[in-house]
Design a protein around this ligand. Structure first.
Ligand code: DGL
Length: 284
């Protein structure tokens, strides 16, 4: 098993223009990665794609998910011709990266559970990994824990509804505190005088809710967002260019034809995504 699935598979040829980067997720979670990317590498040409017709990926079987991701990425590559693809989704990366890399001759940067940084941050020796049920099931996730726990107790928590709750938040229909607290509750363990002090947010949707997590946590912990590490890998691959790319608005592409509520349009706009496009791809 390749424990370094977050690293890109291949290098990028030298370009005399801004690199085009496709940032892909099942929904809106990848916006947390896009934010880190635009901060670290403002000069790239980004397009954000949400496979909202198949959201949530955490609910699909492994076979269905690999087939879906291959199909959607194939269509997006034909349409956008990116130089690099960022799979801003742990649920997809921990399963489908090998298949993507085998099928397409492009560099793919994945997002995998930030177990190493979460272990590095702990002082108590108790770490939680908060993920979708899909990511929790993965052999890849277990292998990363075996490789990087370094003696820490790692509590793996599958939150069935949290990605949908993060989507609801951006769509202007936040869930109540008690409902949210119930999803993160299992991260907080206390035994033999030690308690969780570091939580890896192993789904890109979850950092959308960090402010609320901080308020609802029974005690303070470090919430570890993988986005900056993903951005560093992209910068290492494409190199840093000196100035922001002038002009053109960033585009957000959706695979469903569902109308966007105005709260979501505003949330996208505040992240620089002012053009909304559709690439309809219904889930079979
Ligand atoms: N944003 C995705 C992740 O990082 C998952 C959400 C979903 O279940 O679709 O895992």
């Amino acid at each position: 098993m390749d424990l370094f699935a977050g690293l890109a598979n291949t290098t990028l040829p030298r370009l005399d223009r801004a690199p085009k980067v496709l940032v892909f997720d099942s929904g809106l979670g990848g916006l947390t990665v896009l934010g880190a990317l635009t901060a670290a590498l403002p000069s790239a040409d980004y397009v954000y794609a949400a496979d909202d017709a198949a959201f949530p990926y955490g609910g699909l079987s492994d076979e269905a998910l690999v087939a879906r991701v291959l199909r959607v990425i194939d269509r997006l590559i034909q349409r956008e011709r990116p130089d690099l693809v960022v799979v801003a989704c742990n649920t997809a990366s921990t399963l489908a990266l090998p298949a993507l890399r085998a099928r397409f001759d492009l560099p793919f940067v994945g997002t995998v559970p930030a177990i190493k940084p979460a272990v590095a941050a702990t002082r108590s020796g108790v770490v939680a990994v908060l993920a979708t049920p899909g990511t929790v099931r993965r052999e890849h996730t277990r292998a990363m824990i075996d490789a990087f726990a370094d003696g820490a107790q790692v509590v793996l928590v599958g939150a069935p509804n949290l990605a949908a709750f993060a989507e609801a938040e951006l769509r202007g229909a936040p869930v109540d505190d008690a409902t949210l607290a119930a999803e993160i509750g299992p991260c907080f363990v206390e035994s033999a005088g030690r308690r969780t002090d570091s939580v890896a947010l192993a789904c890109t949707h979850f950092p959308l809710l960090t402010g609320r997590f901080r308020r609802l946590a029974p005690w303070p912990v470090d919430w570890i967002d993988p986005a900056p590490a993903v951005a560093r890998r992209v910068v290492a691959l494409v190199g840093r260019s000196p100035s922001p790319r002038p002009g053109a608005p960033m585009r957000a592409l959706f695979t469903s034809e569902r109308p966007l509520p105005s709260a979501l349009e505003a949330a996208l706009e505040s992240r620089g995504l002012t053009a909304i496009e559709r690439e309809p791809l219904p889930l079979d």
